[in-house]
Each structure stands twice: as structure tokens, then as C-alpha cells.
Write a protein of this length. Structure first.
Lengths: 360, 572
């Protein structure tokens, strides 16, 4: 096993499949993670993201497909030979060992001589801001401190790849933001390839170089945060990342790169990706923050009745029922407007930020 | 081999072979464990069934049917059932009032009272019977006091009544602990809701509290019933022969090894025990409903009102009764002469000299057998628990099931099964059957106590989150290193506690032991007690051995509880 001088690897998943009994946890999943990249597997619970991570770790064997590190097939390599660092959701600190022993564990397994173990453990704890805590037991640490120990334990062996399985889900909101920033700093400093699993879209957007969005074991879309947010390929992507109102529409006239679409009692011209036939049914996806209150009811305006409002202090959001009975969420309204339920309003959408998806 | 062109080949045809689904090292372990459990549990049981249902003419129910036509056996069955029911009733009457006192009130000395009331658990019933004989028997202190001062002539500890008393005084703490725990875990809002609805006092107790505690109580009570019904040692010490245990024992040891009646009696005992354990399991399952504690516990009230003081007084009487067997045994073990007087007329340490120096083999054997049994049982239990929780083997629950099944098997029946299987053929190289060797006793104790070892180890294993092992694997530790550095250290407390428990229960095992005694030199302490107790002159030595047994159990239970955590480890 290569110990020192190991470098970040690239990771390739080639048509991975995994079943548990009758449930297909992962199906035909292919991904390529580049060296030094911060790559996030994002998706709702049960989408197969943790299963995928555990397959990369070697904790699960895929039923089909291959895992490659730097083009070398490691599918059959047991976890202890993959040279990884991993942070578990519940930290998985060994309760019978001190902080020092927890962090030193991997070095001891690698037969690193004692003085070097001490030096490197001290260094790793320093890096996560826990210098001097060597003698404590995990039960004597706060959640955030345990999290740092887990991170130090993962990093101390200078792994080729860092795997993180929802590492911040047990922390309170404030600490989570702080740890997120520290992780980002460490990852940049070390330049280590990182595979990160989360169901929290905000975490994914803030941290990642690229995100893969999974649903029901299937890769829906992979790309940079901006790509996924601004150019979702499916309604699910738009809805999961940021949220979206999906409105039922029909193509009236189709041109190159844009189409005239009838939606919620009005007709608007919207940019489209692929060719669409007139008469085809589409989903018009509008993010809640891309709907604006408007004074006049011209073309491209949706009119409806306010059903409910949520006052959040700094902003106001509302649920509006359109003429055809569809309900849309509107975000980012000025609280000074003072909308009341029952009030009639006109909403205008920004055509440049609307996405159109053909209906299956 | 030319294969037709495939339109779309599957991704990578790397479908895992058996090698990955079933781990070969684990399969080997599985085979070893299955073999051991089959030999120690399945084979003896099958052999008992065979003895009862198969004879020269093939399968027959004639022997079991004859049981129900033989007046002596029917009387024995009736006596066993009556003893079981009466022991359950008496122990419940003794246990439930103190349980309410302990669960509902807060008072100084509460922990002391609880400890005092659980002390009877450390004295095995057949040892307690010796002490009871000295205190409540024909010439017992209290019997004499009663007769001399009140003119009442009543012998409490004699015959069937004595068996009932010995069991009730041993097992009432078990009912007490069960009911106290159930009351303490009861969601207080359930009673509060009844109070708001207008129920109070006896009606509240009858309509809400008792029904809610009933399943837990019943599960505990059924176990008392089973133990009292199955027992062999206590009736033998009190010279009661017409119960199921003694009948089976005498048929096999004095009539014939192959006497079908002995096996028929065994089958009846087995059926009774199985039915009772089944009932207890079913009742135990219903328990969860009432203990969904959402409101949290309410602090207990201080002792106020006549009711509380009546409970306290009653508890003190129970505590005193519970100590009678201990006092009797302890006093007898140091008495030179104690006959038809309130207290011994002379004191001596001679009985201890007898059992420690002149005939030390009883204690030595017991230490050897129990320690061996503890190590073996824990090793098996570790493997079984590991496979059950982490196993990648077919049907991992199978070994666990076979290993915990003996919990329902009466000791006499297991002993008979052992005798039938291991007395048959001579071992190669040794030239004698297994029953001639001392190792038969540790093996017997492993078979008998494996259920407790497996349950304790399995519970400890369930506490070890798989992620702790996965973290070690990712950190570079191979499977064995992971077990040694992570899994085993985390299991250690539970495993040691389980081992101590096996040791303690093996040290006082009598029902199965007595069937396998070949030579006195090989017999353990429990048989020594029985042997000494046969003659009036030996009763002092029997009591001294009994005191040693009580000490072993007391120290062991204390140690197991300290290591094993908060849950009281019950040495049943």
C-alpha cells in the first residue's frame, strides 16, 4: 500500500448497478470525478447517493459496473486497501478510544513509526482547530468537536480521496455554516479529490465544483452548480434545486430557439432548447423568485387570487391561485406591499429565466 | 463456443459470484457453530423425543399415552402444576406490594430496601430448602416458637408446601423487579387521564394501572411457574418424590437408561415448558404499548398516609421472610448441634474444614467446570452474535434460534438427553464414553446456559454501530484487525458480564448435573450439597457448601451488574 506521497486521484464510476432485494438502489450510474475536484452527490433520501458513496469506499460491492481510481480498476479492492478518508454521518468515532487514538488509528494500521504518528496526529488536530484535545474521549466532546475529530481522522492518513456522508446533518444550523466554510478551506488547501453526499441543496451549491443530482438510483443531471440551477434538464432538477412552479402549457407556434406557449390563460413567447411541435404539451417551469407583481394585465401576465401569505420579516411570500386553478408560489415580494388573502393580483414572468420541458 | 451477436451487452458482466455474497471465513465459522449447537442441543433433544416416541416396533405414542393412564404420573403432574401455581401465587403476593412501594414512593433507604429484597435471588432454591428446613421445617426455629408460645402446630416447610415456599422465597424478587420496572416505565399520562376522567383509588388501580402492568407481570410470573414446575433439586432435598422432575430422574437412574416412561415424562415436561415460554413471549410482546413514555416520569411521592406505612411494614415482613433461607443455611453451616432447639447449642468451623480441606473436590470441580463452561459459552455466543448481526451467510438466525431454544428445556430433560446421547458410545482414543470424562459437565452447562450468553452478547453486539467497523475498514484495518481493535473492545463489558453469568448459573446447576454423576470425585458442589444433605450428620457440610454457592452467586451477580451496565443481570 502506497503510504506517503500519494496524490489525489480521479474517480470513475462505470455503469454501476446495485440492488437490495427487490429494490434497485443504483442503476446504470456513470460518473467521472476529476483530480482535486469537490464533487457532490445530491438527492432526496433513498435516491442512492449513500449507496454510491459506499460503493466507492468499498464497503458495498456493486452488482454490476466498475469503479476506477486513476483508470485503475478497484472494484474488487477491499476498503482497507483503497487508501481513503471517510467521514460518516454519525461520525463513527470509537467510544473506547481517546481523540488521539481515534485519529492515530489509520496510521497505526499503516505501521507508521510512533514519533511520526504523534507529529502527524498533532498536525491534523491543529488543522481542524482541536490542538490539545488528544486525551479526551468522544463522549466528552460537543457535536461540532466530534465532527472535527472525524475529519482529522480522515485526513491524517493523507488519503487519495475524501468521502463525506452527510457530515453536517447532525449539527445545528449555525455550526453547519461554519463547518462548511472550514471544510471548503481545508479541501482547497489540500487539493484533495472529495466526494460529498448531501440532501441539502444549499450545501451542495455553496461547496461543490460539480454536482450530480440523483433520483431513485438514477443520475438525473451532473454539472456545475450554476449549470444545474440555471439550465435544469428536467422539471425534477428545477424543483429540487431552488424549487419551481410547474405550469401545464401547450405549444402554439414553434420557432428556432423559442416557442409561443399558451399557459394559464395567456400566451407567452419563451426560449426553448430543442425543437417542439405545435400542439405538444409542455411544463413551463418558473422559479418562485422569478415571478413579479405587475400593474397591467397585458400579454405574458398571469392573473389570479392571493390564497395565503407568509410574512418572514425581511421578505414576503405568497401562494396565488391562477385562473385555471393552478397554484403558484411567489417569493421575494416586498413586505411593504401588504398583500391580503383574497386580493386579485397580476403576475409577470421573466421569459429569460423560464424553462420549458416537453411532457413525457 | 460461438455466441450470437448480442445487441446491447450488459454494462460490465461483473455479477458477483457466491464468493462475495457469502464470506468463506464466515461460512466456516457458521459450520463450526452449527455443528457445536447441533451436538450440544439438537442431538440430546432429538434423542429424548426418540426415546419417547420410537421403540422396537417403530413410531408409537403408546408411551406418552401410558403417562396419562398411570395414577402415579398423573399425581406427579398434578403436584408439579399445583407447586408451580402456588409458588407463582405466593411470590406474587410477596412481590407486588413492595413493587408499588418502590415504584410510587420516594423515601430514604429506598435503594437499601430494593437491594435487601433482591438478596433472595442469590440463593438457589435447593440450597434455600436446607435453610428453610432449619427455620420453618418440622424442627425449625419458627415452628418451635409458634408451638411453644402460641400453641399452634404448623409446619410451613415440609413436603409440597416446602417446595412451594423454597421457590416463592427465591423467585419473588424476580416478580418484584419486573413489576417495579413496568410501573416505573408506565406512561404517567395514562393514569393521569384516568384520574381526569374520574377514576381514583382502587378503581384506578383495577381499571387502568393493573391492566397496564399485567403483561409484564404475567411474563415474569410464567417464568416462576416454569422453574417451580420443572425443578428437581428442591423436591429431592425435601424428600418429595411424586413430582414430574423426581419421577423422570428416578425412572432413568434407578429403573433403566432406556425406560420409555422416563422419556414420556420428559416429553410432558418439555411440552409444559414450551407452552409456558410461548405464552410468556406473547405477553412480553404486548408490553410496548403501555410504555410509550411521552410525558416523562413523575417524581415519586413521599411516604404519607396509612396506606404507605402498611406497604412499608409488609415489605419489611417480606424482607425478613426472604432472609430465612439464608439465615438457616448460614447458621447451620457453623453449628455443632442444632436439633429441636431455637438456636444451635454449639458452634464450629468444622463443616468448612470438611468441604475446604478434607473433601475439597466439590468446590474445585465447580470452579473448573463453571470457568470452562463460561469460556466455551462466551466463545460460542460471540460467534453466534457476530454472525447474526454482521453475517453474510445463509439464514444467519438459524444458529441463534437453536442456541436459544434450550431456554425452554427443563434441566432434567436436557440431562436425560445428554445421558442418552453421550453415554452410548466410547470416544476414539479415550476408550470411554464422554460421560466418564469431566468435560461432560462444562459441555452440559454450555448447552443449558448458552441462551443467556447469546442474548447478553447479542445485546452488546447490537450496541456496536456498523459504521464504527466501517470506519476502521476505511482507515486501513483488515477484518480481523477491526474485530480486535474496535468490535471486541466495545463488546468486552457485555461479554465478560455474560461469562460471569454463565459461571454463576453453572456453579449452582443441579437438575441436569445429577443425571450425569458417575463418580463422587468428579461431582461438583451442587451434587455435593445433595449428597451431604442425605444424612443428618452431613447437613452441616451441605450448608457450608451452600454458603459457598451463595457467595459465588452473590459476588458473580454483583460483578456482572457492575460490568454489564445498568440492566440487572438476573441469574435464573
Amino acid at each position: 500500500m502506497a503510504e506517503d506521497g500519494t496524490q489525489a486521484v480521479s474517480v470513475e464510476l462505470d455503469r454501476i448497478g446495485k440492488r437490495f432485494g427487490n429494490a434497485q438502489a443504483v442503476r446504470d450510474l456513470s460518473l467521472a470525478v476529476e483530480r482535486g475536484e469537490f464533487f457532490t452527490l445530491l438527492g432526496p433520501s433513498g435516491c442512492g447517493k449513500s449507496t454510491t458513496l459506499r460503493i466507492v469506499a468499498g464497503l458495498l460491492d456493486p452488482d454490476e459496473g466498475a469503479v476506477r481510481f486513476d483508470s485503475r480498476d478497484v472494484t474488487r479492492l477491499p476498503p482497507w486497501e483503497r487508501h481513503l478518508g471517510m467521514v460518516f454521518q454519525n461520525y463513527a468515532l470509537w467510544p473506547h478510544m481517546t481523540v488521539f487514538d481515534n485519529v492515530a488509528f489509520g496510521l497505526v494500521e499503516r505501521r507508521v513509526p510512533g514519533p511520526e504518528v504523534r507529529r502527524r496526529v498533532a498536525e491534523a488536530l491543529e488543522k481542524v482547530g482541536l490542538a490539545g484535545m488528544e486525551g479526551r474521549f468522544p463522549s466528552q466532546l460537543s457535536g461540532g468537536q466530534q465532527q472535527r475529530v472525524a475529519l482529522a481522522r480522515a485526513l491524517v492518513v493523507r488519503p487519495r480521496l475524501l468521502l463525506l456522508d452527510e457530515p453536517f446533518s447532525n449539527l445545528d444550523a449555525k455550526l453547519r455554516v461554519q463547518m462548511r466554510a472550514e471544510l471548503a478551506r481545508l479541501q482547497r488547501e489540500l487539493g484533495i479529490t472529495t466526494l460529498y453526499v448531501t440532501h441539502d441543496q444549499e450545501e451542495a451549491l455553496v461547496l461543490s465544483d460539480r454536482i450530480a443530482l440523483l433520483e431513485s438510483g438514477r443520475l438525473v443531471q451532473a454539472g456545475s452548480p450554476r449549470e444545474l440551477y440555471e439550465r435544469p434538464r428536467e422539471p425534477f432538477v428545477a424543483d429540487f434545486l431552488g424549487g419551481a412552479n410547474l405550469l401545464d402549457g401547450v405549444v402554439r407556434r414553434a420557432g428556432s430557439g423559442e416557442a409561443e406557449i399558451q399557459v394559464a390563460g395567456t400566451t407567452v413567447t419563451l426560449p426553448v432548447d430543442g425543437p417542439l411541435a405545435p400542439g405538444a404539451r409542455v411544463w413551463v417551469s418558473v422559479r418562485p423568485e422569478h415571478l413579479r407583481l405587475s400593474a397591467d394585465a397585458g400579454t405574458g401576465a398571469l392573473s389570479g387570487v392571493v390564497r395565503a401569505t407568509d410574512y418572514l420579516g425581511w421578505t414576503l411570500q405568497a401562494e396565488v391561485e391562477l385562473h385555471n386553478g393552478a397554484c403558484v408560489q411567489v417569493r421575494g415580494l416586498d413586505p411593504a406591499v401588504g398583500l391580503q388573502p383574497g386580493e386579485r393580483v397580476v403576475l409577470r414572468l421573466d421569459p429569460q429565466r423560464v424553462r420549458v420541458f416537453p411532457q413525457a | 463456443m460461438a455466441s450470437p451477436a448480442v445487441a446491447s451487452p450488459p454494462a460490465v458482466p461483473a455479477r458477483r459470484s457466491l464468493r462475495w455474497r457469502y464470506d468463506p471465513a464466515q461460512l466456516a465459522l457458521y459450520a463450526v457453530l452449527l455443528g457445536a449447537v447441533s451436538l450440544l442441543v439438537v442431538l440430546p433433544m432429538a434423542s429424548v423425543l426418540r426415546g419417547a416416541f420410537v421403540d422396537a416396533s417403530g413410531f408409537t405414542v403408546a408411551h406418552v399415552a401410558r403417562f396419562f393412564y398411570t395414577p402415579l404420573y398423573l399425581e406427579s403432574l398434578r403436584n408439579s402444576l399445583v407447586v408451580g401455581a402456588a409458588a407463582t401465587l405466593v411470590s406474587s403476593v410477596l412481590a407486588v406490594p413492595p413493587a408499588f412501594l418502590l415504584a410510587r414512593y420516594r423515601f430514604p433507604g429506598q435503594t437499601l430496601l430494593l437491594t435487601w429484597l433482591t438478596v433472595p435471588l442469590v440463593i438457589p432454591p435447593f440450597v434455600g430448602a436446607i435453610g428453610l428446613n432449619q427455620t420453618l421445617g418440622r424442627a425449625g426455629v419458627l415452628t418451635l416458637l409458634l408451638e411453644d408460645h402460641l400453641g399452634v402446630s404448623f409446619v410451613a416447610a415440609e413436603g409440597l408446601r416446602g417446595v412451594v415456599l423454597a421457590h416463592a422465597l427465591h423467585y419473588f424478587p424476580f416478580v418484584l423487579l419486573t413489576v417495579t420496572a413496568a410501573l416505573a416505565n408506565l406512561d404517567p399520562s395514562l393514569e393521569e387521564a384516568a384520574k381526569v376522567a374520574g377514576a381514583r383509588g382502587v378503581r384506578l388501580l383495577r381499571r387502568v394501572t393493573l391492566p397496564l402492568v399485567a403483561p409484564a407481570y404475567a411474563a415474569g410470573a410464567i417464568l416462576v411457574f416454569v422453574r417451580a414446575t420443572d425443578d428437581l433439586g428442591t423436591p429431592l432435598i425435601l424428600n418429595v418424590k411424586n413430582m414430574l422432575g423426581p419421577q423422570a430422574y428416578f425412572r432413568i437412574t434407578t429403573i433403566a437408561r432406556d425406560d420409555p416412561d422416563g422419556y414420556a415424562i420428559s416429553v410432558v415436561m418439555l411440552a409444559l415448558a414450551l407452552a409456558a415460554v410461548w405464552a410468556a413471549t406473547r405477553l412480553g410482546r404486548r408490553r410496548e404499548v403501555a410504555t410509550l413514555a411521552t410525558g416523562g416520569r413523575r417524581p415519586g411521592q413521599s411516604l404519607r398516609g396509612p396506606g404507605a406505612w402498611v406497604l412499608l411494614a409488609f415489605s419489611a415482613v417480606v424482607g425478613f421472610l426472604g432472609l430465612l433461607p439464608h439465615l438457616g443455611v448460614l447458621l447451620l453451616s457453623v453449628s455443632r448441634v442444632w436439633s429441636l432447639t431455637y438456636l444451635p447449642t454449639g458452634y464450629t468451623l468444622d463443616h468448612y474444614a470438611e468441604i475446604l480441606f478434607r473433601a475439597p473436590q466439590f468446590v474445585q470441580n465447580t470452579l473448573l467446570y463453571s470457568a470452562t463452561a463460561a469460556v466455551l459459552a462466551v466463545a460460542l455466543a460471540l460467534g453466534i452474535a457476530y454472525l447474526q448481526h454482521r453475517g453474510r451467510v445463509p439464514a444467519p438466525g438459524l444458529v441463534d434460534f437453536a442456541a436459544t431454544a434450550p431456554i425452554a428445556v427443563p434441566g432434567v430433560v436436557l440431562g436425560i438427553g445428554f445421558l442418552r446421547v453421550f453415554d452410548r458410545w466410547a470416544l476414539p482414543w479415550v476408550g470411554a464414553p464422554l460421560t466418564a470424562l469431566w468435560v461432560v459437565f462444562p459441555l452440559l452447562y454450555v448447552a443449558r446456559r448458552l441462551p443467556y450468553a447469546v442474548r447478553a452478547t447479542s445485546a452488546a453486539m447490537a450496541q456496536v454501530h456498523p459504521a464504527l467497523e466501517e470506519a476502521a475498514a476505511v482507515c486501513g484495518a483488515r477484518r480481523w484487525r477491526t474485530f480486535r481493535r474496535v468490535t471486541f473492545p466495545l463488546l468486552l463489558g457485555g461479554v465478560v458480564a455474560a461469562g460471569v453469568l454463565v459461571f454463576v448459573t453453572a456453579a449452582v446447576e443441579f437438575s441436569a448435573t445429577v443425571l450425569l454423576i458417575n463418580r463422587v470425585e468428579q461431582s461438583p458442589l451442587s451434587y455435593g450439597i445433595y449428597l451431604y444433605a442425605q444424612s443428618p450428620r452431613g447437613r452441616g457440610a451441605a450448608a457450608a457448601l451452600g454458603t459457598v454457592a451463595v457467595l459465588l452467586v452473590a459476588v458473580g451477580t454483583y460483578v456482572a451488574n457492575r460490568i454489564g451496565g445498568k440492566r440487572p443481570a438476573l441469574a435464573l
